[in-house]
Design a protein around this ligand. Structure first.
Ligand SMILES: *[C@@H]1O[C@H](CO)[C@@H](O)[C@H](O)[C@H]1NC(C)=O
Ligand SMILES: *[C@@H]1O[C@H](CO)[C@@H](O)[C@H](O)[C@H]1NC(C)=O
Ligand SMILES: *[C@@H]1O[C@H](CO)[C@@H](O)[C@H](O)[C@H]1NC(C)=O
Ligand SMILES: *[C@@H]1O[C@H](CO)[C@@H](O)[C@H](O)[C@H]1NC(C)=O
Ligand SMILES: *[C@@H]1O[C@H](CO)[C@@H](O)[C@H](O)[C@H]1NC(C)=O
Ligand SMILES: *[C@@H]1O[C@H](CO)[C@@H](O)[C@H](O)[C@H]1NC(C)=O
Length: 394
C-alpha cells in the first residue's frame, strides 16, 4: 500500500521529466546534450548557454520543432549534429569567436538562418545542403564560399561583410520571395544565380561579377553600387522596379536587351568608364530617367512613356540630344534636360555624375527626391560586429 501510494507520483514525475527533455532545452555541457539524444524530435527550443566550452555534439536528434540558438558562446570550437535534417524555427549562430567546425551533415531545411560574427568559420560542413530556407542572413564570417547553402527557395537572402567570401553560386534558386542583398564582402566576390527568374530587390555592393542569365522580372529595386564588373548583361530581364547603377568604376557596357518596363526611377551615375547604354526595347519608365556621366551611346529604341523627369548629361559630346528633344511633352512628361557635352555632369538633384568632376559633393551621391529612393548604406548591421573580420585583415 505504501508502495503504490508513493510509486505512482514518482512514476508520473519521471514521465514529466522525460517528456520535458524533448522540449525546451538549455545546454551548458556535453552531458546536457546527451540527455536529449534519445529524442528523435525536440519540440521546443535548444539553446546553448554562453558558458559552454569546447566541442558540442548533438547526436540522434532528427528534427527540432523550434529554434536552435547559440549566441555569445566564445569558447565553443566545434558544433556537430549528425542527424538533424530540419529546424522549423531559426537556426542562429552569433558571436562564436572560436567556432571553426560546423558539421550538420543531414540538414536540408530551416525556418530561417542567421549566422553572424563567426570569425573562425572558414567553411560549412553541410553535406546534404540546405535546400529550403525562409530568410537567410550571413554576416561577418570567414567563409570563402557558401557551399552547403544550395537553396531551391529562399525569402530574404542577405550576405554582408564576409571578407573572405570569393564565390556565391546558388544554382537551384529560381524564385526569391524576399530581397537579395550582397554588401561589403570580399571585393572580388563573384556571384552566380544561373536560374534566378524572379525576385523582389536585388542589391549588390562591392562585388566583382554577377551572372543572372535567367532573370526575368523583379518587383523591387535592381541596384549596383561600387562594383568592379565591366559589363552588365541581363538578356532576359523584362521588368524591374527602380533601377540603379552608381559608382561602378569599371562598368563600360550596360546591356538589357529585353527590358521593356521600369516600374520606378532609372538612375545611372558616376560610372566613369561607361560608354554604352543599350536599351532597345525599353518602352515605359514610371518614374524619372536620370543618367549622368561619361557615356557616348544611349539607345532607346522603343521609348513610349517616361512619367517622371528626364535628365541626360554626359562629358562625351558624341550623342545627339535631338532625338530626346523631340520626345518632350509627348513621351517625356516631366522636367527635361539633355546636355550632350557637359564637363561637370550632374544628377537631377545636382550631385556630381562623375567621380572626377569638381561639381557636386565628392561623397557618393544620393538623389533624394530624384529618380530613385537610394538604397540604405552598407551594412547597417553594426560597425562593432565587423571588428573581428577587420582585426583579422590587419
Ligand atoms: C557574453 O558572455 C559572457 C560570459 O561568457 C558575458 O560576460 C557577456 O556579458 C556576454 N555578452 C553578451 C553581449 O551577452
Ligand atoms: C514566387 O514565389 C511566390 C511565393 O511562393 C509566388 O507567389 C510567386 O508566384 C512565385 N513566382 C514565380 C514566377 O514562380
Ligand atoms: C530567356 O528567355 C527565353 C524566352 O523566354 C527562354 O527560352 C530562355 O531559356 C531564357 N534563357 C535563360 C538562360 O533562362
Ligand atoms: C527594396 O527596395 C525598396 C525600393 O524599391 C526599398 O524601399 C526597400 O527598402 C528595399 N528593401 C531593402 C531590404 O533594401
Ligand atoms: C563598397 O562600395 C561603396 C560604394 O557603394 C564604397 O563607397 C565602399 O568604399 C566600398 N567598400 C569596400 C569595402 O570596397
Ligand atoms: C555591350 O554588350 C553587348 C551584349 O554583350 C554587346 O552586344 C555589345 O557589343 C557590347 N558593346 C560594347 C561597346 O562592348
Amino acid at each position: 500500500m505504501v508502495f503504490a501510494k508513493y510509486l505512482l507520483p514518482v512514476l508520473a514525475a519521471t514521465q514529466v521529466a522525460f517528456a520535458a527533455k524533448c522540449g525546451d532545452t538549455k545546454i551548458s555541457s556535453q552531458s546536457d546534450a546527451d540527455g536529449i539524444a534519445s529524442c528523435s524530435t525536440v519540440k521546443g527550443d535548444i539553446t546553448v548557454s554562453s558558458d559552454f566550452s569546447g566541442e558540442l555534439s548533438l547526436a540522434s536528434i532528427e528534427k527540432v520543432e523550434g529554434d536552435l540558438t547559440v549566441n555569445n558562446v566564445t569558447q565553443m570550437t566545434s558544433f556537430t549534429a549528425d542527424s538533424i535534417s530540419e529546424i522549423t524555427g531559426t537556426f542562429k549562430l552569433a558571436s562564436l569567436t572560436t567556432l571553426s567546425n560546423l558539421n550538420f551533415a543531414k540538414l536540408s531545411s530551416v525556418g530561417s538562418l542567421e549566422f553572424s560574427v563567426l570569425p573562425a568559420l572558414e567553411s560549412l560542413s553541410f553535406d546534404t545542403g540546405i535546400t529550403k530556407a525562409g530568410d537567410v542572413y550571413i554576416a561577418d564570417t570567414k567563409l570563402g564560399s557558401l557551399d552547403g547553402i544550395t537553396l531551391d527557395t529562399v525569402g530574404a537572402f542577405d550576405i554582408e561583410n564576409n571578407r573572405y567570401l570569393k564565390t556565391v553560386n546558388v544554382n537551384n534558386l529560381k524564385n526569391a520571395t524576399g530581397d537579395i542583398t550582397f554588401a561589403a564582402n570580399y571585393d572580388s566576390l563573384q556571384i552566380e544565380l544561373p536560374n534566378l527568374g524572379t525576385g523582389k530587390n536585388l542589391t549588390c555592393r562591392n562585388i566583382s561579377s554577377i551572372s543572372v542569365p535567367s532573370l526575368k522580372t523583379l518587383s523591387g529595386t535592381l541596384g549596383f553600387y561600387g562594383t568592379d564588373f565591366k559589363t552588365f548583361i541581363a538578356p532576359n530581364l523584362t521588368s524591374t522596379g527602380d533601377l540603379v547603377f552608381m559608382n561602378n568604376k569599371q562598368l563600360s557596357n550596360i546591356s538589357m536587351a529585353a527590358l521593356t518596363k521600369v516600374n520606378g526611377g532609372f538612375q545611372i551615375s558616376r560610372n566613369d568608364k561607361l560608354q554604352e547604354i543599350d536599351l532597345p526595347k525599353l518602352q515605359k519608365v514610371t518614374g524619372a530617367i536620370d543618367f549622368s556621366g561619361t557615356f557616348n551611346t544611349v539607345e532607346f529604341g522603343s521609348l513610349e512613356e517616361v512619367a517622371g523627369g528626364f535628365n541626360l548629361q554626359s562629358t562625351d559630346g558624341k550623342f545627339n540630344c535631338d532625338t530626346f528633344d523631340k520626345m518632350r511633352g509627348d513621351v517625356i512628361r516631366g522636367t527635361y534636360k539633355c546636355v550632350a557635352k557637359e564637363d561637370n555632369p550632374t544628377t537631377s538633384s545636382g550631385k556630381s555624375g562623375t567621380s572626377s568632376s569638381s561639381s557636386g559633393s565628392s561623397s557618393s551621391s544620393t538623389s533624394s527626391g530624384a529618380a530613385v529612393a537610394n538604397g540604405a548604406s552598407v551594412g547597417a548591421a553594426g560597425v562593432a560586429a565587423f571588428f573581428y573580420a577587420i582585426a583579422q585583415l590587419v
